[in-house]
Write a protein that binds this ligand. Structure first.
Ligand SMILES: Cc1cc2nc3c(=O)[nH]c(=O)nc-3n(C[C@H](O)[C@H](O)[C@H](O)COP(=O)(O)O)c2cc1C
Length: 237
């Protein structure tokens, strides 16, 4: 499975049947180091996250069997820290998905006091990752509870003329991206022959959602984003 196929099949998984194997761990750890340098964000893959997820049974997103996860954060070196964290973190999600693993972004529903001692400080986001089985009824029920109806492709962009095919491909892939509480706050624009993406404001998890949606768009459309709210896209073609 390549990353585009991974984007098409990915959904958030919250019930894990075991930690990831050593080979997957080494591979994903290597990628985390590479993306950490590119993003100027601390990103590490950690074992032993189970205690962070005990005692959150009654809240948004019930997790079970969590052992491993990427911790993302650290000192904010750039204005675009949280957006880059979302962008590169989502590529890790897709890499893990392509290897048959389950993942879920976690914003706040975990115990910060139980994080491993060598975690980034602060931790701005977690991506739990682990072995998964085909979904059972309990996981499906939880999924329905937390997964709001998704937007259509048309609801996700504004265009002042017919956009090129690569733009629509990008929006279609961004539509499948995870977002906090499935709010899908990112809107894409095709204006004066140029693509851009924005969120209503850069509060809370919006910058992370912006980075995640930009990652999906870039993967399918081919090209590079300028960072920041309202940043433009430079297609590779
Ligand atoms: C930044 C971010 C934070 C999230 N935080 C949580 C969380 O704390 N708990 C949880 O169960 N799911 C969390 N999610 C997962 C979303 O609920 C999920 O992506 C959304 O409902 C869409 O579902 P899908 O990922 O299956 O497409 C988060 C997602 C994102 C992108």
């Amino acid at each position: 499975m390549d990353l585009k196929e991974a984007a098409a099949v990915r959904i958030s998984r919250r019930s894990f049947i075991g930690p990831i194997g050593e080979e997957d761990f080494m591979y994903l750890q290597g990628l985390a180091e590479k993306y950490s340098r590119l993003a100027e964000v601390e990103i590490g893959l950690f074992h032993g996250l189970a205690p962070c997820f005990r005692g959150f049974q009654a809240s948004y997103g019930m997790f079970s069997g969590v052992e491993d996860g990427f911790l993302l954060g650290g000192k904010h070196h750039t204005m675009d820290h949280l957006e880059k964290l979302g962008y590169y973190g989502e590529f890790l999600v897709l890499e893990a998905t392509a290897r048959g693993l389950g993942t879920c972004w976690v914003g706040g529903t975990y115990r910060k006091d139980m994080l491993p001692p060598s975690s980034p400080d602060p931790v701005d986001g977690i991506i739990v990752v682990g072995k998964v089985e085909p979904r059972k009824w309990k996981e499906k029920a939880i999924y329905r509870m937390v997964h709001r109806a998704s937007k259509t492709v048309e609801q996700m962009y504004h265009a002042d003329e017919l956009p090129p095919e690569w733009f629509i491909r990008g929006v279609e892939c961004a539509r499948l991206a995870p977002s906090a509480v499935n709010r899908q706050p990112v809107t894409f624009y095709w204006k004066d022959g140029r693509a851009a993406a924005s969120v209503p404001d850069m509060q809370g998890l919006h910058p992370v959602d912006l980075g995640i949606a930009k990652a999906h768009f870039a993967l399918a459309a081919g090209g590079e984003w300028q960072w920041g709210n309202g940043g433009g896209f430079i297609p590779a073609v």
